[in-house]
Design a protein around this ligand. Sequence first.
Ligand code: AKG
Ligand code: FE2
Length: 286
Amino acid sequence: MDASELTHEQFIEEHWKPGIPLVLKNATRAWGAFNTFSPDWFRQRFGDRRTVVDGRSYTMTEIMDLVEGRDTSRPVPYPCKYHIPTQLPEVLPMVMPVNLGFAKPNWLESSWFKRGYWGSALELFIGGPGGKFPYVHVDYYHLSAWVNQLYGRKQFTVWPRGQDEFLYPEPGDPWKSTIPDIENVDLERFPKYRHATPMTFVVGPGETLYIPVGIWHTAKSLEPTISVAFDLLNERNFPAFIKDVWDFKKRDGAFKAVAATGYAAFSGAMCRIGDLMGVERVSSHN
Ligand SMILES: O=C(O)CCC(=O)C(=O)O
Ligand SMILES: [Fe+2]
C-alpha cells in the first residue's frame, strides 16, 4: 500500500491491533536516504568507517566489496550492521523523521529510554546475495520492528500470530526458533511445522516492512542491499516490554532486575505523561 493512502488511525486499527504485517511504499520518501543510499555512496563518504561482524572488524569499503562480489576471497557475512547514532551519526539527519508518520509515539526516541540500552536500535543493515538472517525469531523486548529498504531487494518470511509451537522455540531463549534451515525443514524432527503457514515476500527499495510485536520472522538478502531498521515502543507494547526487561535482567541477578525494571517503569510513566501533554519526539533515536 502507498503510505499516502493510509492514515495513522487506519494503521493502528488494521495492522497494529490485529498484528498484521504491512509493506508500505514511499513511507521513507521524505528521508534524505531515499533514492540516495547505495554502495558507492557509502564507499565515497565512509569508506574507512569500521564495524564488527561476527567478531571481525571490517571497513565500509571491505563490506561493500564483499556484498557486491568484488572480493570473492572470503565469505560475505550477514547482517553487517552499523548503529547509526554512534557509528554513523552523520547519516542521522538523512533518516528523519524516523517515525515516518506511523511509528509514533515512539518512546525509544525519548531521552528516558535513550539512557538505557534496551536492545533497541536505529541500525543500518548491509547484505549481499543470499545473505540470510541466522535464525527465525521474534524480536525481543516485544518491540515492533520497521525495516526500511533503501537499496536492493530483500526477501522476508513471516508467520501469523499463534504459531509459536510450530516453530519450536529454544527453551532458554523462547524468542529464537531451534529450526536450523527454514527453507528445508526436517519434518521428522519438527513434525508440528507442517501446520505452519509461512508467508514469503520481497521488499524492494523505497518500501518499508512493519513487523508487529510477537511475529516470527526471518530475512534473506537477494542482492546487495542496504536497509535502515528501527524499533518501536509505546503504551501499547509497554506491559509486554516490562515483563521482558524483568526476565532478561533476572539472569544478571535480582538486584539488576529490580533496578532495570524500576528504571524502565519510571521512564514509561514519564513517557506516558509526555504523550498526554502532546510532546513531539523528533530528535534522535536510541
Ligand atoms: O535481516 C533483516 O533485515 C532482518 C533483521 C531482523 O529481523 C532483526 O534484526 O531483528
Ligand atoms: Fe527481527
